[in-house]
Design a protein around this ligand. Structure first.
Ligand code: HEC
Length: 148
């Protein structure tokens, strides 16, 4: 498990470098290979935690809308925007060389979660539910291309 994780981390770094993404320039050049692997493992954990936070916030927001809890809806919409912070180091699990396209989904996600937070902030749950669907669409699109 550790060996295959380390292997895939090295592979990801090579793939990232080969497309010349700015994401590859996150540390001092020439640092030790094991340090890079550890850094990547940490980034992978952060990405995994982000996905769980996104899921929790989406489920909670969905329930708040269903139960007509406007204050909670606003709170969970803000949680979504916060869960995105630090996404720049995230990487795809398949189509691994297409990092720019992968990150573009986060760009779209930022726009749509900002709109969702604005709608939830007004207490209009109908608009909130429409914006919610637009956010969910980005989850599904990114998963289809880069996870599943
Ligand atoms: C930029 C692409 C991208 C976006 C946008 C995205 N995801 Fe993910 N998601 C992934 C990838 C890649 C994985 C597999 C790697 C992982 O689990 O970290 C994943 C995994 C997950 C998982 C499984 C975590 C686990 O237990 O392994 C959940 C749950 C999840 N995403 C929820 C969401 C939700 C909810 C949204 C939208 C609010 C979302 N994701 C948006 C790329 C994305």
């Amino acid at each position: 498990m550790n060996a295959s994780l380390a292997y895939s981390s090295v592979f990801l770094v090579v793939a990232t470098l080969s497309v010349g993404s700015p994401a590859a320039a996150h540390g001092p050049s020439g640092h030790h290979e094991t340090a890079t692997a550890a850094q990547d493992e940490e980034a992978m954990k952060a990405q995994h935690a982000r996905m769980e936070n996104l899921e929790d916030a989406m489920v909670a927001l969905n329930n708040a809308v269903i139960h007509g809890e406007k204050t909670d809806a606003g709170k969970h919409a803000v949680r979504l925007t916060e869960a995105l912070k630090g996404h720049e180091k995230d990487t795809p699990h398949k189509n691994v060389s297409r990092v720019k396209e992968f990150q573009a989904f986060y760009g779209e996600m930022k726009k749509r979660t900002a709109k969702l937070a604005a709608d939830a902030g007004t207490g209009n749950l109908r608009n909130t539910s429409l914006s919610y669907g637009r956010v969910l669409e980005v989850c599904a699109s990114c998963h289809a291309k880069f996870r599943d």
